[in-house]
Write a protein that binds this ligand. Structure first.
Ligand code: GDP
Ligand code: MG
Length: 140
């Protein structure tokens, strides 16, 4: 558990932007002590989303996931801090908003709509390798 300053990619998915939760989610990131390095509002192209979610291609939720991510604007953040990759994943909570722990973004604010894709408000990179690749994809 050594100290390690890292950067990670956070996306506020179209459900989070549409529900006006951008400020609330950024508040939680800043309250935790992470720094905002860069941010932008993006209407993502399918090609960007296909690259971003390449690991899920072929899974039953893949096509609805891409359609959901194309359905409206996304806010992208580059944030920095000690162990921020793991730390933001902990702030976000587990993938399914119904069972995500209370106190997390998904647990407190995410809703299970009974649709084909989990509209779980946020994305956070899951490893140093994916953080590097995803930051390059969304910001460079
Ligand atoms: P994450 O890293 O917690 O975002 O989860 P994954 O990388 O496993 O999946 C990417 C996204 O696909 C999730 O955030 C959900 O929006 C969606 N998703 C993942 N698994 C499922 C699933 O089993 N069913 C449905 N409906 N959607 C899923
Ligand atoms: Mg993931």
């Amino acid at each position: 558990m050594s100290t390690q300053v890292e950067e990670t990619l956070v996306l506020i998915k179209p459900d989070g932007v549409a529900r006006n939760l951008t400020g609330e989610i950024l508040r939680r990131i800043e309250a935790k002590g992470y720094s905002l390095v860069d941010m932008k509002l993006v209407q993502a192209e399918r090609s960007l989303l296909a690259e971003h979610y390449a690991e899920h291609e072929g899974k039953p939720f893949y096509e609805p996931l891409i359609e959901f991510m194309e359905s409206g604007p996304i806010v992208a953040f580059r944030i920095a801090g000690n162990r921020v990759i793991e730390g933001f994943r902990a702030l976000a909570g587990t993938t399914d908003p119904t069972t995500a722990a209370p106190g997390t973004i998904r647990g407190d604010l995410g809703r299970d709509w009974g649709v084909k894709v989990q509209q779980n408000l946020v994305h956070g990179s899951d490893s140093p390798e994916s953080a590097t690749a995803e930051l390059a994809l969304w910001f460079d």
